[in-house]
Design a protein around this ligand. Structure first.
Ligand SMILES: [Zn+2]
Length: 222
């Protein structure tokens, strides 16, 4: 396809459709139910976020809500109540083009323990470090929650939100969705391993080696 810039006239339509497909895929995979969870995608000078309170199956591309970075809705629609962390992450992280938030079962279960996911498996490095941090609890939709999320995402591409869910980031929506699936899978493996005992945790050096290999060969190959 090769559109040169995100501001090309039809690229926003492609992104809107991709957001609908992504939200419906998360729902079909059981990572979100009903209207929980949301997606944000960067545009040239603004961003798109999924609307408030509409189940994934009923989403349509024109329902995606465009907002500027002051938090003003451009056009029409009611944005997800979590628009603040989408805005703040996209504003703070030039490396990030898309934000996915879910209440998926295993990530949320660990988030309810307010437990970081340690380096129990080498793929933790896919989230950018040797842990996936969990924030303390803060009320949904608040600036406090957004601030805590940004802290937990420092140097990372995913975090758990205490007593709430998870956030995964990517350079684009495809990457953010892939990391969402990876984090939920890791949370499931960690949860399962904890049933049998305390998992062995890889050392900082072992994880450093994994991260170097990811940088050289691309993430997730093997
Ligand atoms: Zn939520």
């Amino acid at each position: 396809m090769g559109h040169p810039a995100a501001s090309a006239p039809d690229s926003q339509e492609i992104l809107r459709s991709a957001m609908v497909v992504g939200a419906q895929r998360l729902s079909a995979l059981g990572l979100n139910r009903g209207s929980s969870g949301n997606i944000g995608v960067r545009l040239a000078q603004s961003f798109l976020v999924t609307p408030s309170g509409i189940p994934a199956e009923e989403l349509m591309p024109q329902m995606m809500v465009e907002m500027d970075f002051s938090g003003t809705v451009l056009g029409s629609g009611k944005p997800s109540s979590e628009w603040r962390f989408h805005r703040d992450i996209l504003a703070a992280r030039a490396d990030i083009g898309a934000v996915v938030h879910t209440h998926s079962r295993y990530a949320t279960s660990l988030a309810c323990l307010q437990r970081d996911i340690p380096a129990f498996h080498y793929m933790i490095a896919a989230a950018g470090g040797d842990t996936i941090r969990c924030t303390p609890y803060a009320l949904f939709g608040t600036q406090e929650l957004s601030d805590l999320a940004l802290q937990a995402l420092s140097g990372r591409k995913a975090c758990l939100l205490g007593n709430h869910g998870m956030i995964a980031l990517g350079a684009d929506l495809k990457a953010a969705l892939a990391l969402t699936l990876e984090v939920e899978s890791l949370a499931q493996h960690y949860w399962t391993a904890l049933q049998l005992g305390e998992p062995n945790i890889l050392s900082k050096q072992q994880m450093q080696t994994v991260m170097e290999k990811f940088e050289t060969y691309g993430q997730g190959k093997g």
